[in-house]
Design a protein around this ligand. Structure first.
Ligand code: IVH
Length: 717
C-alpha cells in the first residue's frame, strides 16, 4: 500500500542539521521521532488515512538513525530503529476458532452414499437400520461462525484455514438475517452457517458495478465473499447478503439431542434455516431427497452445489468424531459437474516442486458452470494417450491431440478436467502428443520410473522451476504463511541477484542482507519503505515455527500436512525427530522399524523422509534453514488424559465399540496407536481371542487391560 494524499504536520517541522544538535536537543528530537513513527505505523497498519508518504517516513527513520549514531547513549528503549514485529496484519484481525471449522468429504455417486451409510454403521457397530440422517441443500456461499455470549453477538469470523479466520464482526452486523440479540440461547453459542447472495441481488449488484465502471463478479459466491470481506462495513451494508444457519461450534449447553431438533432450535432463536431439510432413514431415502432437491435446484433463488447428509443423533455424531479435516458423521453429495465442448489449443508442461512434469491443456476459453475455463489438467503422459498407467483404456482409449474438440468439466472446486474427445472433429494431420523426455525448464533428463505414472525432472534444486515451486510451497498458507511473501514475490526474489531467495534459509537472511546491501528492497519497483519493512517484520514473526508446519513446509515428497502432524505428535521434539530419521537410514535399524510402526506411516513415506535427510544438498539446506529458526516442540495432545503420549496397541475382538472407534478415541486423547507390540508399547488392550500380541506383551512385561478396563480408563473424558 502506498501512502498518498494528505500529510500531517509531523513530517513538516523545520529540521535542524543533525551534526549541530546538542545532547538535550537530540534527546527531545528522538522522542518526537519515536512518537511520529509509531503514530505513522498505527495509521498505516490500521488502514486509516496514512499520515506520511513513504518518502517522509523513510526520511524520519533515517534522521532517527543518524541521531542515534551520533548519540548512541540516547537510543531509546522504544527506538524506531528496533521496531520489529507485533504489528497486526493488514486488513482484518485474526480469530482463532474455539472449535475448528472443518470441510466435508464428498460423494459423487449413489454408490458413495451407500458406502457412507455403511461406513458410519460399521464404525459404530450398529445396523444400518438403526441410523437416520438429515439431508439439506449445500449452499454455495462462504461459511461464517457467529459467536453469541449471553445472547449478544460478540464476534463473527470467516473460516480461514479452519483454525484461524478473519474477524468480520462489523460486516456481519449489517446482514439482516443475522440476529444481533438472542433470547433463551445458551450463554455461549457459536452458530455456523453460510453467507450467500440471491440470484436477483447478484444480478442487480453486477448491473450497478458495471454502471459505475467497476469490476463485476463471476458468480454469486464470489460476490458474497467479496462483499463480506470489505474493510468498510458501509460497503457490506449496501450489499444484499443472507445467512442460513446449519451447524454450531462451541456451546455452553447442548442445543438438542438430534441434528433435526438442533436446527429447529436455531430457527426458533431467530435464524433462517433451510426449508428443504428432511429426515431420511437410509441411503435410498437420502438419494430420493437428493433427487428432489436436484429437481428444485433451477427454481431456487440461490446457488447450491449438492446436498449435505448428517447423522441425526448427536450422541452418535460425537462417537463418530472427525478425521483430520472432515467429520465422519457428514458428507456432501455433489451435483454432477457441468460440461462444455471447446478446442484444445496447445499442451503446456509445468514442472512442480517434486520435479513432476504435468501437462496442462490450453483451451479456447469456454464457460463451464458460470466460470470461464481456459486450462484443464491432463494429469500425465498415459492420460493423454487414453490409458492408465497399467495400460488399461480410459475415455475408451481415445487419445487427446492438439487441435481436438474436447469436453471439459468441473466437479466441485477442483481444476477442470477433460471428459471426452470428439474424434469426428479431429483436424486432419493432428499428431499424437509426444511427451518431453527433457525438462523444459532446466534441460535435465526427465525420467519415468517403473510403475510411476509421472515423469520427473532429475535436476533437483538446480532446476529453477522445482526450486521456485518448493519456495512457493514453503511460504504457502499451511506452511510458513508469510504475509507479503506469496508466489509473485518468490518469483521476483528468485530472479533477484542482490537479494536472491534460492532456498528457504535465504528468506530469513533477507533483512540482514538488505541492510548490508546498497540496493535496498525499498527502492525496488513495487516496494516502498513500509512494504519492505512490513515484509521483514512478517518474516521475523515466523522464525518461531511449530514442528508440524516446518516439516510440511519442507515439501518432501509424500510428506504432506497430515504427515507433518503425525510425526510432530509422535516425536514431539524436532531434534529428536531428525536424529531418529537419520538413524533410520539403515533399514535394519530399530529406528527404521520404529518409523514404520507409526500408524499412518508406510514404507514409501518413510523412505522419502529418510532420503531427504540423507542427501547432502537437501539435508544441508534444511540445516541452514533450521539454524535460522526457533522450532517449537509439538505439545502432547490432551496431556490431561491418562493415555496422552502413550503408545497403545489394540488386539483381539472388541465388543462394545469397533476397532476404528477405539483407535479414533485413543488418538483424540493424545495416544499413539501402533499396529504391533514392541518395547515402546505402553499399554495393550486385549479383547477375547488375543493371540501372539498378548503373548509378546506378557513377555515384555507390558501392562495389558481388557475392553472394560479401557472404557473405564477413558470414560468421561
Ligand atoms: S455442515 C463439519 N451444511 O460446505 C462441517 N456445510 O464443503 C460442517 N456448506 O465448509 C458443515 N452448506 O461452508 C454444512 N448445509 C450445509 C452446508 C455446508 C454449505 C459448506 C460449508 C462447509 C463446506 C464443506
Amino acid at each position: 500500500m502506498k501512502a498518498s494524499g494528505q500529510r500531517k504536520s509531523g513530517a513538516r517541522v523545520a529540521e535542524q542539521d543533525v551534526t549541530t544538535l546538542t545532547e538535550a536537543e537530540a534527546r527531545a528530537e528522538l522522542e518526537r521521532l519515536a512518537a511520529a513513527l509509531a503514530a505513522a505505523n498505527t495509521a498505516y497498519h490500521g488502514k486509516d488515512a496514512p499520515e506520511l508518504s513513504d518518502a517522509d517516513y523513510d526520511r524520519l527513520k533515517q534522521r532517527n538513525a543518524d541521531i542515534e549514531a551520533r548519540f548512541p547513549a540516547l537510543k531509546r528503549a522504544d527506538s524506531p530503529s528496533e521496531h520489529i514485529g507485533a504489528a497486526p496484519a493488514e486488513g482484518f484481525s485474526k480469530v482463532s476458532h474455539a472449535q475448528a471449522m472443518l470441510s466435508l468429504g464428498n460423494a459423487f455417486e449413489t454408490q458413495d452414499v451407500a458406502e457412507f451409510v455403511a461406513r458410519s454403521a460399521k464404525f459404530l457397530g450398529l445396523g444400518e437400520a438403526e441410523l437416520s440422517f438429515t439431508a439439506e441443500p449445500k449452499i454455495d456461499g462462504l461459511s461464517l461462525s457467529l459467536r453469541y455470549e449471553q445472547g449478544r453477538l460478540v464476534q463473527a469470523a470467516t473460516r480461514g484455514d479452519g483454525t484461524t479466520g478473519e474477524n468480520v464482526t462489523a460486516n456481519a452486523r449489517t446482514i439482516a438475517s443475522i440476529p444481533q440479540q438472542l433470547v433463551g440461547a445458551p450463554d455461549i453459542l457459536e452458530v455456523r452457517g453460510e453467507v450467500y447472495m440471491r440470484h436477483a441481488d447478484f444480478a442487480a449488484l453486477n448491473a450497478a458495478q458495471e454502471a459505475r465502471g467497476a469490476k463485476s463478479f463471476a458468480n454469486p459466491r464470489n460476490a458474497a465473499a467479496g462483499s463480506l470481506r470489505q474493510l468498510d462495513p458501509k460497503i457490506t451494508r449496501a450489499r444484499p447478503l443472507a445467512f442460513f444457519a446449519y451447524a454450531w461450534g462451541e456451546l455452553s449447553q447442548p442445543l438438542a439431542t438430534t441434528q433435526m431438533a438442533a436446527i429447529a432450535r436455531l430457527q426458533a432463536l431467530g435464524f433462517e434455516t433451510n426449508p428443504l431439510t428432511a429426515l431420511c432413514a437410509g441411503a435410498k431415502e437420502l438419494v430420493a431427497h437428493y433427487d428432489r432437491i436436484g429437481a428444485a435446484r433451477a427454481q431456487l433463488p440461490y446457488d447450491i452445489d449438492g446436498v449435505v447428509y448428517k447423522v441425526n443423533d448427536l450422541a452418535l455424531q460425537a462417537r463418530l468424531g472427525f478425521r483430520s479435516t472432515t467429520p465422519r458423521w457428514a458428507i456432501a453429495h455433489k451435483f454432477a459437474a457441468e460440461l462444455a465442448w471447446t478446442r484444445l489449443e496447445g499442451i503446456d508442461i509445468q514442472v512442480g516442486r517434486t520435479g513432476a512434469l504435468s501437462p496442462v491443456a490450453r483451451l479456447q476459453p469456454v464457460t463451464v458452470g458460470g466460470v470461464v475455463v481456459s486450462n484443464a489438467t491432463l494429469h500425465n503422459e498415459d492420460y493423454i494417450l487414453g490409458r492408465d498407467n497399467k495400460g488399461a483404456g480410459i475415455r475408451g482409449g481415445k487419445d487427446i491431440r492438439v487441435g481436438d474438440l474436447v469436453q471439459v468439466y468441473r466437479a466441485g472446486d477442483v481444476i477442470p478436467k477433460i471428459a471426452d474427445v470428439d474424434l469426428s472433429q479431429r483436424p486432419s494431420g493432428a499428431q499424437p502428443y509426444v511427451f518431453p523426455e527433457i525438462c523444459p525448464e532446466c534441460g535435465s533428463e526427465a525420467v519415468r520410473e517403473a510403475g510411476d505414472a509421472v515423469r520427473r525432472c532429475t535436476g533437483g534444486m538446480i532446476c529453477p522451476a522445482q526450486a521456485v515451486e518448493k519456495l512457493k510451497h514453503f511460504v504457502s498458507r499451511k506452511a510458513f504463511d508469510i504475509d507479503g511473501l506469496g508466489a509473485k514475490q518468490i518469483e521476483m526474489f528468485y530472479q533477484d541477484d542482490q537479494l536472491a531467495i534460492r532456498e528457504p534459509a535465504d528468506i530469513f537472511t533477507l533483512a540482514a542482507r538488505d541492510a548490508a546491501n546498497l540496493t535496498k528492497l525499498r527502492n525496488r519497483e513495487g516496494w516502498g519503505a513500509r512494504s519492505a519493512e512490513k515484509l521483514f517484520e512478517a518474516i521475523e514473526q515466523k522464525r518461531r515455527i511449530g514442528f508440524a508446519r516446518l516439516l510440511f513446509a519442507l515439501g518432501i515428497r509424500h510428506v504432506g500436512e497430515q504427515a507433518g502432524k503425525l510425526f510432530a505428535n509422535y516425536y514431539l521434539n524436532w531434534e529428536g525427530f531428525v536424529s531418529a530419521v537419520r538413524a533410520a537410514q539403515d533399514e535394519e535399524s530399530a529406528a527404521w522399524a520404529e518409523l514404520l510402526s507409526i500408524d499412518g506411516v508406510g514404507e514409501v513415506m518413510a523412505r522419502a523422509l529418510v532420503t531427504a535427510f540423507a542427501q547432502d544438498h537437501e539435508r544441508d539446506s534444511i540445516l541452514r534453514l533450521v539454524a535460522q529458526l526457533e522450532v517449537q516442540d509439538a505439545e502432547a495432545a490432551r496431556s490431561d488424559s491418562p493415555v496422552a503420549g502413550k503408545t497403545l496397541v489394540f488386539t483381539g475382538t472388541l465388543e462394545k465399540m469397533t476397532r476404528a472407534e477405539a483407535k479414533a478415541r485413543a488418538e483424540s486423547l493424545g495416544a499413539k496407536v501402533a499396529g504391533s507390540v514392541s518395547a515402546k508399547t505402553d499399554l495393550l488392550i486385549a479383547g477375547p481371542g488375543a493371540g501372539s500380541k498378548a503373548k509378546k506383551a506378557a513377555e515384555l512385561g507390558i501392562e495389558t487391560i481388557d475392553e472394560d478396563g479401557w472404557i473405564a480408563l477413558v470414560e468421561g473424558l
